[in-house]
Design a protein around this ligand. Structure first.
Ligand SMILES: Cc1cc2nc3c(=O)[nH]c(=O)nc-3n(C[C@H](O)[C@H](O)[C@H](O)COP(=O)(O)OP(=O)(O)OC[C@H]3O[C@@H](n4cnc5c(N)ncnc54)[C@H](O)[C@@H]3O)c2cc1C
Length: 404
């Protein structure tokens, strides 16, 4: 009988320790500075690229782990270091996932290396799906892509909202409507190559958390890309649209396919933040003395810490299960990908809030990192599908009903 084990193998343990070392020595010490500067930490991205923690090869190795756990393991460690900086390093992964999920192997080999650049000149990439009128409701997308047969080019126009790395990216992956009559099923994803005229990143947002990560709206004004930039190719798109018109179910929109595959990794990001806050508040509770004894000797504090640890472990198990299922190409029949992100995001919010409480006044001021973790955690109930939308996905999956 095949053996069942939750032990990490040697390669996974090495990967975890390596990523942790970088997080502890390089990311964590720089976290407060980049949070205050609200700027992309290029020197740290460069260092990560130099040691091979950021780049095409790292990603291919992580993707090829047959258990699917490498990416969540490394992600948790980097986000334990700092979420804003780690998002600057890992944000490229969303565009890469879109190219991997919707593109051909040739497109993967052509564009993914350009997403990362090289160690001497690292680049980042952006995935632009959300729009001012289309956040949770991906079907309300207004950005249009029109095929110009004479030149074999696609012409894309519209506005994208809140894109991580929007405007500073080398490669932008943009979703757009190609057939307005088909709603979310009439959408496709395109690579916009570096330096393409007509794409501008405007209005960088100032944020509550993840402040070292660049978030901006992106404008596309008659952006012309070669026909070969349509992910998956035109024949496949035409076939898919024909099937949808005939009423055959398709694999969903390009945006939804990307988000489904990245949700466990996003869950791992949230767990990294939660674990940082839990560890810090555990240490603090052991050393902070009130009423003549360490505050952890009060059940109110000790039980809170017990719950924090239990919730983090539970969330990690859901993330690892979803990552494993994704790698095994099991379908998420009960919305397991959404479950993992939903649980991890809500645990991160709850645990960081509890950590602030355990530190008391020290938790509220910037001399301690806990207030930053509290701010950083909140995005995990919002982006890549809000908690409400994740519940909708799970509810629909388990019931087979059109829950609204
Ligand atoms: C820091 C940051 C980074 C981001 N990065 C990216 C990125 O790289 N690429 C990208 O494409 N997008 C990105 N986003 C956008 C993000 O994915 C959206 O903000 C998110 O999907 C929510 O959309 P919205 O903001 O329009 O909220 P809305 O959709 O307007 O939702 C508002 C509220 O209504 C609720 N709601 C909406 N519909 C329903 C419903 N049917 N049932 C119950 N409740 C509902 C929501 O849950 C939420 O609470 C980013 C956002 C931020 C803040």
């Amino acid at each position: 009988m095949a053996e069942f084990s939750l032990d990490l193998n040697e390669e996974q343990r090495d990967l975890r320790d390596w990523a942790h070392g970088f997080a502890a020595e390089v990311i964590r010490p720089a976290a407060a500075e980049w949070d205050e500067r609200e700027a992309t930490p290029w020197p740290i991205i460069t260092e990560a690229a130099k040691i091979g923690l950021y780049g095409f090869e790292f990603l291919v190795n992580a993707y090829s782990d047959p258990t699917g756990l490498s990416l969540p393991i490394a992600t948790e460690e980097l986000f334990w270091g700092d979420a804003g900086i780690a998002m600057s390093i890992m944000g490229t992964g969303l565009a890469v996932a879109a190219i991997y999920g919707s593109g051909t192997p040739e497109q993967f080999l052509e564009w993914v290396p350009q997403c990362f650049g090289d160690a001497a000149d690292p680049r980042v990439a952006a995935f632009c799906s959300s729009e001012p009128e289309a956040g949770s409701d991906v079907g309300a997308m207004r950005t249009r892509a029109r095929y110009d047969e004479a030149t074999d080019e696609w012409v894309i126009s519209g506005q994208k909202a809140f894109a991580t790395n929007g405007g500073i990216a080398s490669v932008h992956v943009v979703t757009a409507v190609v057939d307005p009559e088909l709603g979310a099923r009439g959408q496709a994803a395109f690579v916009v190559p570096p330096g393409t005229p007509g794409l501008t990143g405007a209005k960088k947002h100032r944020k509550l958390g993840l402040r070292a990560s660049h978030t901006a709206d992106v404008f596309l004004d008659d952006v012309r890309v070669p026909g070969s930039c349509l992910l998956g190719g035109k024949d496949k798109l035409d076939e898919r649209l024909a099937r949808v018109r005939e009423g055959v179910r398709s694999a969903g929109s390009a945006s939804m396919r990307t988000f489904e595959s990245t949700r466990p990794t996003v869950g791992a990001q949230a767990i990294g933040i939660a674990r940082a806050a839990y560890e810090y508040s555990l240490d603090y509770a052991k050393s902070r003395v009130q009423f003549g004894r360490p505050i952890i000797e009060n059940q109110a504090i000790a039980f809170a810490l017990a719950d924090m640890r239990m919730e983090i472990d539970a969330a990690r198990l859901l993330v690892w299960r979803a990552a494993w299922m994704g790698r095994m190409e099991r379908s998420f029949d009960a919305g397991e990908g959404s479950m993992s992100k939903l649980k991890a995001g809500e645990v991160a919010v709850r645990v960081t809030e509890q950590a602030v409480q355990i530190l008391g006044g020290a938790g509220y001021v910037r001399e301690h990192p806990v207030e930053r973790w509290y701010r950083d955690a909140k995005i995990y109930t919002i982006f890549e599908g809000t908690s409400e939308i994740q519940r909708l996905v799970v509810a629909r999956a388990i019931s087979g009903m059109q829950i609204r």
